[in-house]
Design a protein around this ligand. Sequence first.
Ligand SMILES: Nc1nc2c(ncn2[C@@H]2O[C@H](COP(=O)(O)OP(=O)(O)O)[C@@H](O)[C@H]2O)c(=O)[nH]1
Ligand SMILES: [Mg+2]
Length: 315
Amino acid sequence: MNISVVIPLLNEQESLTELHDWIAKVMQSNRFSYEIIFIDDGSTDASWSTIMQLSQKDDNVKGIRFLKNFGKSQALHAGFAKAEGDVIITMDADLQDNPEEIPELYNMITQDKFDLVSGWKKKRYDSVLAKNLPSKLFNWAARRTSGVKLHDFNCGLKAYHSTVVKNIDVNGEMHRYIPVLAKNAGFTKIGEKVVKHQARKYGETKFGMDRFINGFLDLITIWFITRFGKRPMHLFGALGVLMFAIGFIFSAYLGIDKLFINPTGRLITERPQFYIALTTMILGSQFFIAGFLGEITLRNKRESSRYLIKQELNF
Ligand SMILES: Nc1nc2c(ncn2[C@@H]2O[C@H](COP(=O)(O)OP(=O)(O)O)[C@@H](O)[C@H]2O)c(=O)[nH]1
Ligand SMILES: [Mg+2]
């Protein structure tokens, strides 16, 4: 199969039929073999019954329905696990992403050998204050911390080689950072394509300002995991040793001073150095323990998730 279109959605009943017909038209005129996987993430409107109707009419339509709302990342994960195409395309269900982009994206993956191509909504049709400005800031921060040079991390329209989606683990709220996850897993040929964007036709946006706060927190997590996820002791151990050393120097100074230089001076507990020594030594040992625990947790992880094999010969 050429293409799997993976569409996570929440309460998009008005858009689904139109979206399906549009995708089907593009696929047929390009003679692609394809499937469309709708993942209904606990919609409370008629989205699921629409998907059922579509799947009765059209064998290429597949549906996954979650018991309740688990979030976009989980929906993508479920879709990726089931996808059978050589190229996986993700897109939003709200008709803001344009299916006409699919053939070009497909060529970029199959002919230009990109691992991943991300859409870039260069000209956006969303509100400036609520979406465009925060989004610029967000993308700038994401570029700086992750080293992945994309203009638009959040774009729902993306294309992947199937090995990419089968080998990355999208969880939590990490759907915004799939390119970063892919890069960390060793898929470095990451491209970008300017895509057409439409204003939302039906319904309303499901993501408010809180996405930017959560997004930034996720960014810190992903930065940390990228830098130290495989070697927590290098961060915590170093911090621990540094702290402990500071504390130790202060204690040594206090001890020598009290014993040999100035035995009749102030009580040790009355001196600020004592408290510095106390806190830094306690903090230092705790950092050290955090590093150890991190390392032990890592050792217990499943083997398969620690590295990915690109090729094997003669097995
Ligand atoms: N699976 C899943 N999809 C969601 C959820 N929230 C929004 N979506 C889908 O994600 C896509 C983008 O959402 P939208 O509200 O249009 O975000 P915007 O375009 O950034 O304003 C749409 O297809 C939504 O149906 C969710 O909680 N779970
Ligand atoms: Mg939208």
